[in-house]
Design a protein around this ligand. Structure first.
Ligand SMILES: Cc1ncc(C[n+]2csc(CCOP(=O)(O)OP(=O)(O)O)c2C)c(N)n1
Length: 307
């Protein structure tokens, strides 16, 4: 993917709930990086800085019982769905109140109809199975699965797409194409396109190039309803940006590439749409995250299994 835009995206102001959802993910992950820097977290983490608008856009288009499968870069997917920074931070730090008893950490979260895995491509066949279950039981539900562009290097992606199309399964594949996989630019490891790969199986395809949440929802709402009710699998590819390193401190991109990504950040675009209101919510959410972190880090460690 070539990043072409130079100016902050022009975006229409959001309602309070969506704006705070975006800011919740942003400030949660900034806090994680601060905690790592202060030596208060260990292990690793993959932030979705720059990509937060993807799950926030999709959230109201998904039903509560639709099954969402997330990946290694999943904090935004979780927070957009559950708005639960304390449960997630407790999980990451292994403290009381952890969503999965502190054994899942950043990448392996299970809650209701939400499951994440750090293994690339692993969730596609499982999501196809969930979609088959929904179809067989005549439930108006779909399975949505987030993958990165680099995950098209996994054979399980193609096996799942093949079966989803053949068996007409309500499967939604959300591709967050940030143009890079760890340290390898997509152009260096992907022949052809995501569109071409979806179309090779006859699977529907939609490309999202805007960061405008209103537009994204308007574009995707009818398409997602077709997945849900007509069992037509769909690949939606978001042309997005990764602002931070792959995990921590492993950003090998030239400074100008990172700068171009920053220029496309939704943060500047939404701030420009209504600065006074934006700053008010920004401040409120920063304070909330500070309080959550102070509270969670005071909690006792869980001793394994049950929080
Ligand atoms: C099967 C497997 N191979 C390798 C890895 C190590 N790994 C974690 S993330 C990643 C890159 C993923 O790139 P992409 O799918 O583009 O997602 P992004 O990190 O850009 O969000 C790799 C190679 C893994 N988690 N699973």
């Amino acid at each position: 993917m070539t990043i072409t835009a130079q100016a902050p995206p022009e975006l229409r102001a959001l309602d309070d709930e969506d704006l705070e959802s975006l800011l919740l993910v942003r400030h949660f992950e900034r806090k994680l990086l601060d905690l790592f820097a202060a030596g208060k977290l260990n292990g690793t983490t993959h932030t979705c800085l720059g990509q937060e608008y993807v799950p926030v856009s999709l959230n109201p288009l998904l039903a509560e019982d639709d099954f969402v499968f997330s990946n290694h870069r999943g904090h935004g997917h979780y927070l957009a769905r559950f708005a639960d920074p304390a449960g997630l931070l407790a999980e990451i730090t292994g403290r009381e109140g952890a969503v999965c008893g502190g054994v899942g950490g950043s990448q392996h979260i299970f809650r209701g109809s939400y499951l994440s895995t750090g293994i690339q491509g692993e969730s596609l066949p499982v999501a196809a199975g969930a979609a088959l279950h929904f179809k067989r039981n005549e439930l108006p539900l779909l399975a949505a699965v987030y993958i990165g562009d680099g995950t098209w290097g996994e054979g399980s992606v193609y096996e799942a797409l093949n079966i989803a199309q053949l068996w007409e399964l309500p499967l939604l594949v959300v591709v967050e194409n940030n143009g890079i996989s760890q340290t390898t630019p997509s152009a260096a490891n992907m022949a052809g396109t995501v569109r071409g790969r979806a179309e090779a199986f006859g699977v529907g395809y939609h490309r999202v190039t805007t960061h405008d949440i209103h537009r994204i929802r308007a574009e995707l709402a009818p398409e997602i309803e077709r997945v849900r009710h007509q069992h037509q699998p769909l690949v939606v590819e978001f042309e997005t940006v990764r602002l931070g390193p792959h995990s921590k401190g492993d950003d090998t991109r030239p400074a100008e590439v990172v700068e171009r990504a920053r220029q496309r950040d939704w943060y500047g675009g939404y701030r420009a749409a209504d600065p006074e209101r934006f700053d008010r919510h920004d401040h409120k959410v920063r304070e909330l995250i500070d309080l959550v972190a102070a509270d969670v880090l005071e909690r006792p460690l869980v001793s394994g299994g049950v929080a």
